[in-house]
Design a protein around this ligand. Structure first.
Ligand SMILES: Nc1ncnc2c1ncn2[C@@H]1O[C@H](COP(=O)(O)OP(=O)(O)OP(=O)(O)O)[C@@H](O)[C@H]1O
Ligand SMILES: O=P(O)(O)OC[C@H]1O[C@H](OP(=O)(O)OP(=O)(O)O)[C@H](O)[C@@H]1O
Length: 304
């Protein structure tokens, strides 16, 4: 057994995207879950210094099959690549992570004769998602009754998919869209959405190392806390006791709002968790019902 295999034996193997859109956020998640490690230059496997864990840095697209086949116990990757790798039955998505959100869309040149899926059926598609695209267009072809050479041709490319139409390789592409900047810059527009995706924590549906289950549960709960602390803020305010009911309808909290008495018996202080994306609206509404001294506090971490 070589030194590396020996070092990782018995450890929980946790796969993290080594580059690309998900990589940086994953490092933030590891830090938030207090999984400490130091990674030697170019080495894709490293040992956590404070847990019985080895981190394995892999391409996001390879993580579903490593986890699905049980070679790795836990992983972070995109839902899109789980489907593309045909691993949906072999991995369990334990936690959506709230980043890496985008859509897999069918795109065609903005100034061109093709404007619908029916126009595109039977023509040439270029994509990195050949499995998903083939399944999607098979249904379109079936609906149109296309057979043999009439059916849509799907060609795989590993990257820069958006250039395929301009290069004359494709009549349409199937690619990820977030802001739409790449699509617009390439002179394309979307005519259909194949799926929506975000990053998620996954574990094998039939784990090889059952004894690691408690550690997997602990890490999952820590990561859930990190994700929740990104999603929520703590909102605190003072309000006249007789307006409390109106205010707590606006900030009901996750279980219930915390209400504390103030020195002035007509007033109470309220604190409640609020979804970050709704907080500006919540503050407007609180002020409208008479809340004062409204404070919004970022959560460093939490367990909810
Ligand atoms: N523009 C985007 N916005 C949000 N999430 C994205 C975006 N592009 C890709 N993703 C998500 O990130 C995952 C990895 O995609 P990405 O293109 O970063 O990977 P990669 O091919 O490994 O890296 P690179 O593009 O650097 O070669 C995708 O499967 C998808 O879930
Ligand atoms: O809608 P947007 O915000 O422009 O994002 C979409 C782009 O992001 C992804 O590629 P990425 O930039 O990760 O690089 P890649 O083409 O090398 O995969 C995806 O493949 C699109 O090209």
């Amino acid at each position: 057994m070589d030194l590396l295999s020996e070092a990782i034996t018995g450890r929980l193997l946790f796969a993290i995207p080594k580059k690309g859109r998900l990589a940086e956020k994953c490092l933030d998640i590891l830090a938030g879950a207090d999984i400490q490690f130091s990674r030697s230059h170019r080495l894709d496997v490293c040992l956590a210094t404070n847990h019985n864990i080895a981190l394995v840095f892999l391409p996001a697209a390879d993580i579903p099959s490593f986890v699905g086949k049980g070679d790795v116990d836990l992983g972070i990757t995109g839902q899109d690549v789980i489907i593309e790798a045909q691993m949906s039955n072999l991995v369990t998505e334990t936690l959506p992570l709230g980043f890496g959100r985008c859509k897999l869309q069918v795109q065609v040149p903005e100034k061109g004769p093709i404007n619908t899926l029916d126009d595109l059926a039977g023509k040439r598609i270029v994509t990195s998602f050949e499995v998903v695209a083939a399944e999607y267009f098979a249904a379109v072809d079936d609906r149109k009754g296309l057979v043999g050479d009439q059916r849509t041709k799907i060609q795989y490319v590993g990257g820069s998919v958006e250039a395929a139409c301009a290069l004359g390789l494709a009549d349409g592409i199937v690619d990820l869209v977030e802001s739409g900047e790449t699509m617009r810059a390439a002179g394309l527009h979307a005519i259909a959405t194949v799926l929506e995706t975000e990053a998620c924590l996954i574990r094998s549906s039939s784990p090889k190392h059952a004894h690691l289950s408690p550690l997997i549960d602990k890490i999952t709960s820590r990561i859930a806390g990190v994700v929740a602390s990104e999603r929520y803020v703590l909102c605190q305010y003072n309000i006249l006791r007789d307006r409390l009911h109106d205010a707590t309808e606006i900030t009901p909290g996750r279980r219930a709002a915390t209400v504390s008495p103030l020195d002035d018996s007509d007033w109470v202080a309220v604190s409640a968790m609020v979804e970050k994306k709704k907080v500006a609206d919540v503050m407007d509404r609180l002020v409208a019902v008479g809340a004062e001294d409204v404070l919004v506090i970022r959560l460093q971490n939490c367990r909810v």
